[in-house]
Design a binder for this molecule. Structure first.
Ligand code: MTE
Length: 386
């Protein structure tokens, strides 16, 4: 476990007289985030796509932030993680108590279910943060296996789901609620390897910043970002998924905001395969001839799923050529790719699609859904040819 002092410094706080911790004023500025902010307070920002594909591990300054409420200010000395519900030994654990569990490290891609949401607007307006394709990033994470903590709590045999609750305060329906997540117990009990969900305290070798959930968050490899709950305050073991708004209502694929549809559809867990072109930029002016493309591809968040192929086209999908996958590969992580395509005077769009080894593929079109989740249709980049 990292020391309290390291946590405070990395969290953007400073020590003042008497060893007290005081948060600084502007989180976005102090983290040196280089993002396009859709909103601030709460912070919701994504990087320029050209910056996103500079490296396999996304530096913090280019890592998207998605928060539903302003960052809670948490004093690590007072911090307690509560474990309750269907367990024989409920508990409340301080950071010091948590330090006795074994630390584990992994690399995993985090992506928002709303990544590429803005593309749905062509068919019908979708509400929410208007994400382009930068709500994704790949990081190294260090923390404790959630399974280790659950084993110590002695989960009862009838338990089926693990709920997570954040310490943030979100205004919703005239009241204040925390952000909540939920995962099936079979996923939560994976205690080692790249698929093990963590209580993460470290991101890219540094303590979590307030934007990313200081002092502790869940990190659920292969699942949509909404299940990786920041500023974690409580774990509840249950026989059903969490009733929290962000499990029971939001993060579901529905056409209308109709209570029956909400009730009938299940929560989204795994992310589907996705890919985007990151260079050139949209609406670039291109000369005819061969050009270079770069981008990312994320295989389905299923154990063992790897990228099979990435295909690019400059002629509306009449012909496709294979992109080269470059750099590292690891389960539950994206890959970067580059490709060459021949631009002609007829080229209007550059397109990419991808397939993975678990049968995942990007469809030509994804049915519209009212919240604009899981947009993973062929990525179509408009360009101008001179
Ligand atoms: N956890 C809390 N407590 N509050 C939030 O608003 N947003 C979720 C998730 N965890 C959220 C949260 C969503 S929708 C995503 S995509 C990821 O955090 C984003 O994580 P990041 O901001 O560290 O990139």
């Amino acid at each position: 476990m990292i020391t309290r002092r390291e946590m405070l410094i990395a969290s953007g706080g400073v020590f003042v007289a008497g060893g007290m911790f005081a948060p600084r004023a502007s989180v976005a500025a102090e983290n040196d985030k280089q993002l396009i902010f859709h909103t601030t307070s709460p912070n919701n920002g994504e990087p320029e796509l050209a910056n996103l594909v500079q490296s396999w591990i996304t530096p913090l300054k280019h890592f998207y932030v998605r928060s539903h409420a302003p960052n809670p200010v948490i004093n690590p000395d007072d911090y307690q993680l509560k474990i309750e519900g269907m367990v024989r030994r409920p508990s409340s654990l301080s950071l010091k108590n948590l330090a006795r569990f074994k630390n584990r490290s992994t690399v995993a891609t985090l992506t928002c279910a709303g990544n590429r949401r803005a593309e749905y607007n062509a068919e019908g307006k979708v509400s929410g943060v208007q994400w382009q394709s930068g709500a994704i990033g790949n990081a190294t994470w260090k923390g404790i296996a959630i399974a280790d903590v659950l084993k110590e709590a002695e989960v009862l045999p009838e338990a089926k789901h693990i709920w997570f609750e954040g310490l943030d305060e979100i205004e919703k329906g005239g009241g204040i609620i925390p952000f909540g997540g939920s995962i099936p117990i079979s996923k939560a009990m994976i205690d080692s390897g790249p698929g093990a969900p963590l209580l993460a305290h470290t991101m890219n070798e540094a303590p979590l910043t307030p934007d990313h959930g200081f002092p502790l968050r869940t990190l659920v490899p292969g699942y949509i970002g909404a299940r990786s709950v920041k500023w974690l305050g409580k774990i509840v073991v249950s026989d059903r998924p969490s009733p929290n708004h962000y499990v029971a209502t939001a993060y579901k694929l529905v056409k209308n905001s109709d209570p029956i549809e909400w009730a009938e559809s299940g929560p989204i867990y795994r992310f589907p395969i996705n890919a985007a072109i990151c260079t050139p930029q949209a609406n670039s002016k291109l000369a005819t001839g061969e050009i270079d493309l770069t981008g990312y591809v994320l295989p389905t968040g299923r154990a063992g799923s790897t990228v099979d192929k990435v295909l690019v086209s400059a002629d509306q999908g009449k012909t496709w050529s294979k992109a080269d996958l470059v750099g590292q590969e690891s389960e539950f992580c994206w890959r970067l790719w580059n490709a060459k395509v021949k631009v002609t005077s007829n080229t209007r769009r550059l397109m990419v699609r991808a397939l993975d080894t678990s049968g995942g593929f990007m469809p030509y079109r994804v049915p519209w859904n009212s919240k604009g989740y899981l947009q993973n249709s062929w990525y179509k980049l408009p360009v101008e040819v001179s």
